[in-house]
Design a protein around this ligand. Structure first.
Ligand code: ANZ
Ligand code: ZN
Length: 912
């Protein structure tokens, strides 16, 4: 469906829905496979792929009534055209969890789509002359094929691509809602400007020397009108509600808190010594009002309104304005902020609390968009102030007004570096001398409030979201600029504002949209006069801030999504993705979700915490996949795989020198030659082994060190389970004739206990701890217990064990899960995925006897098996010891004077 829409848009005459080449590609996948396993995984996978295509084992979420909903979501990918191991990892996790939920009777939503706008497509157009739309559609096709190869079960009926007009129409709709609510606005902001190509550059297009990736020109900072979302309106809610996110990793929550960065302190308003009619005073934000006596100067940011011809004294005005202009030529914002440059403005202010007159400077280390864009300089107690002060010789002597509360008697205060901690106020602090910082802050606040000099203030580091991009490949901002009516939103019934397809990509002379005159020129919806379209497009983070909502109702033609459908499905129950999105994507999604809840676009589902609009209940951040690198120990050069002889995997050698290479695991990258292509892994080892291996190698949230030597372990295990299925093959109906616990023999009881223990452990791993690696090791242990059990394969308890094993393995290894299930139950049986997840009997977990360590006079002598019922009865244990030949030897016929039972009966010390 999706491809239809997109293709129709790209090329209205296109009718193919599936390219032949990708079909052939899929067939070719297995042709080269070189397998060593006795099991023909390729054949088994091909068989089940066909079988599932014919009769899908799962119903789609919409088809099921009366079951609880469950929404499993993995972060949708950018369609680069090639899956990497990180993708394979995240989708394997989500597919496993969603299959588990279905088998537990949930009505699961597990959708997939494409984060399809963005720069790479546009670069491809500039470099290779392919249209971004065409390039994107081709990549989507290729990646979807690869996903299907991995037996990932997504609900493709809800597939979406953010570059599809049917999707971005609603992105535009939500933008208009934001605009109407006063949350989308325009203001000037600094952008990277390429003076040669005359175009705006994204940060990624500026190299570390500050040069344009294309023209090589030094990039300039230029102020342009930009669109913003007022995220800061939600600062407090976004911060406060982090506490509600019980199932998010603490690390991510802390990153969100730091990003929002709430800071409390004071705002002081310093009167100017000679006020001009433009400005009377200068406001600063400080987190340390206790240092007010240490203020030796004030500093404003270069963008501060005080830095203007009208406000500056005539004498200094031109040199100061020159200084600021020069600063703007510094390519890199960050570099400017790091620099210690500064200049005296010629202005002075009064400090009403001290009576001092202090100079005002301008310096780029003060940020325009934090606090008031001005600071009080306290060199003794702030590192940046200290550095600035020393670099510019601002004062003769730094004034230390706070000292450590505990210091050595007689030792003078160390004045060689700033003292930034809180402490006790020194004699230089006037009537506050001797107070602790904490008390001094209160006292200073009280006194300065009385004289109207200061007031308490809260600051957030969070800034409004600059969302406009001077790019082509993004959702057009649905705004029209009319000379008469100014900014006019595009009426909703005229959405989508579709990207024109016939544009030229040269990378020069501004954005292709701005040069597309037919498109730019339009009529004003208000006065019908000639007007122009906004040519900026939206940041791709806008697209991804609401896609999880669209999935709840992906085909809706009249709204972004139906409120009822969204309310039934939201919040997402579990969201899985890379930790690199821990800040922005999650924060913006939280912002959208809270906004849309307020708008009534959906309501909080019953049973969830009401009204907070948090979009993701559980967040599972998966770790990176690192690849094995080989380095030459003498030159530290990274070696290509073909330079290393790995015939003996335990002993790799550098072919040229015979030396042992240095081995480490690092982030996969071309320059380290350590990338792994998932397609070749699957070709070589099979889908299920690849899935199991990836889940087994590390807990989901930790770094996974990929090597495929040990993947044979998974092949062996799967072969073993298949054999066990074979041995337990049944013709009779299973599961009905299990003897009761009391009637089981010891061997039966043992295997039964192992089975139920495993069910309990694996269920917990799948539903709450998500330690899928331990789930696999628990299953391996169970198959070992089955292998070493003395029971006949026809024993109902043996069969029950094998059945449970296969059922629990199926979500992770779906092909082999089906194959083993069919082997066990005969051709024509129902899919393993139609089975319900096994449950455990708490009683079966109880051990009927325990091993008890026997000490005689404090020395360990033997261990005996004691029935659980007698574990805490020393007389009975003594009896058992005496019945044991070994025990009899130690106790002889000496009377026991005292018996001490420890560790719940697992240890008994007899004093004789
Ligand atoms: C005087 C002072 C004395 C400061 C001292 C700190 C230590 P947080 O806590 O992160 O919010 N500041 C304020 N506005 C600024 C701006 N626009 N650009 C750069 N720095 C700015 O930081 C608050 C502190 O950051 C403020 O407190 C101010 O320096 C600085 F011993 O004021 B302080
Ligand atoms: Zn108009």
């Amino acid at each position: 469906m999706l491809r239809y829409q997109l293709r129709a848009w790209v090329n209205p005459s296109c009718t193919t829905t599936r390219s032949l080449s990708t079909q052939r590609h899929a067939q070719r996948l297995y042709a080269t496979s070189t397998r060593k396993s006795p099991v023909d995984f390729a054949a088994i996978e091909a068989k089940w792929k066909a079988r599932w295509a014919e009769s899908p084992p799962f119903q789609r979420a919409d088809d099921i009534k009366g079951k609880p909903n469950y929404y499993v979501l993995s972060m949708f990918p950018y369609p680069s055209g090639m899956l990497h191991m990180g993708h394979v990892r995240v989708y394997t996790i989500s597919d496993t969890l969603q299959r588990f939920r279905r088998m537990n009777g949930y009505n699961v939503l597990h959708p997939m789509g494409w984060d399809a706008f963005g720069l790479p497509a546009e670069n491809a157009a500039i470099e290779r002359g392919v249209h971004p739309a065409e390039w994107t559609v081709k990549n989507i096709d290729a990646m979807k094929e690869q996903m299907k190869m991995l037996a990932l079960d997504f609900d493709w009926s809800r597939e979406l691509a953010t570059c599809d007009p049917e999707y971005y129409r609603w992105t535009q709709y939500i933008f208009l809602e934001m605009y109407k609510a006063g949350l989308a606005y325009q203001k000037e902001a600094v952008v990277n400007w390429d003076p040669v190509d005359k175009t705006v550059l994204a940060n990624e297009q500026v190299d570390h020397e500050g040069r344009s990736w294309r023209s090589g020109a030094l990039v300039e900072r230029k102020k342009l009108k930009q669109w913003f979302f007022k995220v800061t309106e939600f600062s407090n809610e976004l911060l406060k509600d982090i506490d509600l996110l019980e199932n998010w990793p603490d690390r991510v929550k802390q990153m969100q808190r730091n990003w929002i960065g709430k800071s409390t302190g004071a705002e002081f308003e310093f009167p100017l010594a000679t006020p001009s009619n433009q400005t009377q005073s200068l406001k600063v934000f400080t987190s340390r009002p206790d240092t007010i006596f240490g203020v030796q100067y004030l500093v404003v940011s270069p963008e501060h309104p005080l830095i203007s011809k009208d406000s500056l004294p005539a004498e200094q005005s031109s040199s100061v304005l020159n200084f600021v202009q020069e600063l703007n030529k510094v390519q890199n914002m960050e570099e400017a902020e790091q620099s210690k440059k500064g200049m005296f403005t010629g202005l002075y202010a009064d400090n009403p609390l001290t009576g001092d007159q202090i100079p005002i400077y301008v310096a780029p280390y003060v940020l325009a968009d934090y606090g008031t864009g001005a600071v009080m300089g306290v060199p003794a107690h702030d590192k940046r102030d200290w550095e600035f002060c020393h670099a510019n010789n601002v004062v003769d002597k730094v004034k230390f007004v706070v000292e450590p509360s505990i210091k050595e008697v007689g030792k003078p205060l160390d004045q060689s570096e700033p003292f930034t901690a809180k402490g006790v106020l020194t004699a230089l602090s006037g009537l506050y001398a001797g107070m602790k910082s904490k008390d001094a802050m209160k006292a200073v606040m009280r006194d300065s409030q009385k004289i109207g000099f200061g007031k308490p203030a809260t600051q957030y580091r969070l800034k409004d979201w600059l969302l406009s991009r001077q790019r082509y490949w993004g959702a057009p901002i649905p705004i029209i600029h009319c000379p008469e009516c100014k900014v006019v939103p595009v009426p909703k019934e005229q959405l989508p504002v579709v990207l024109p397809l016939d544009v030229e990509f040269s990378g020069k002379g501004g954005s292709p949209l701005a040069r597309s005159e037919d498109w730019v020129n339009c009529k004003c919806p208000k006065c019908n006069g000639p007007a122009k379209r906004e040519t900026d497009t939206m940041d791709t983070f806008v697209d991804s801030s609401w896609y999880f909502m669209r999935f709840t109702d992906a085909q809706n033609k009249t709204l972004p999504f139906d409120p009822k459908k969204a309310s039934e499905r939201l919040p997402v129950d579990i969201y899985i993705g890379g930790v690199e999105h821990a800040i922005l994507h999650l924060l913006y999604s939280r912002f959208f979700s809270k906004f849309l809840l307020k708008q009534g676009a959906y309501t909080a589902a019953p049973g969830t915490k009401p009204g907070n609009g948090e979009p993701f209940n559980v967040l599972l951040t998966q770790g990176m996949v690192h690849g094995q690198t080989y380095k030459d120990p003498s030159t530290q050069r990274f070696l290509k795989p073909e330079e290393v002889d790995t015939t003996d995997p335990a002993n790799p050698k550098i072919i040229a020198t015979g030396e042992k290479p240095l081995i480490s695991f690092e982030k996969m990258s071309k320059s380290k030659y350590n990338g792994v292509n998932p397609v070749s892994v699957v070709q070589e080892h099979g889908v299920d082994c690849a899935r199991l291996h990836i889940l087994y190698k590390a807990p989901p949230s930790e770094v996974l060190e990929w090597e495929d030597v040990s993947i044979v372990g998974m092949q062996r295990w799967l072969a073993k389970v298949l054999k066990q299925a074979e041995s337990a093959k049944t013709t009779t109906t299973n599961g009905t004739q299990l003897p009761s616990l009391d009637n089981m023999t010891d061997s039966e009881r043992n295997l039964f206990r192992e089975t139920h223990n495993t069910i309990k452990q694996v269920t917990e791993s799948m539903s709450s701890t998500y330690s899928l690696n331990t789930a696999i090791s628990d299953l391996i242990k169970l198959s070992n217990s089955i292998g070493s059990s003395k029971l006949e394969a026809s024993s109902p308890i043996y069969q029950h064990a094998v059945q449970s094993l296969i059922t629990m393995m199926a979500p992770m290894a779906p092909n082999m899960g089906e194959e083993c299930w069919e082997t066990l139950n005969g051709v024509g049986c129902e899919s393993v995925f139609k089975q319900s997840w096994p449950t455990w009997d708490e009683k079966a977990l109880e051990k009927d006897s325990i091993d008890c360590i026997i000490q005689i006079n404090g020395k360990t002598r033997l261990s005996i098996n004691v029935p659980v019922a007698t574990a805490n009865e020393p007389e009975k244990i003594e009896q058992l010891v005496r019945e044991d030949p070994q025990g009899q030897k130690w106790l002889a016929d000496k009377p026991v004077r005292r018996a001490i039972v420890a560790k719940n009966g697992q240890l008994v010390n007899f004093v004789i």
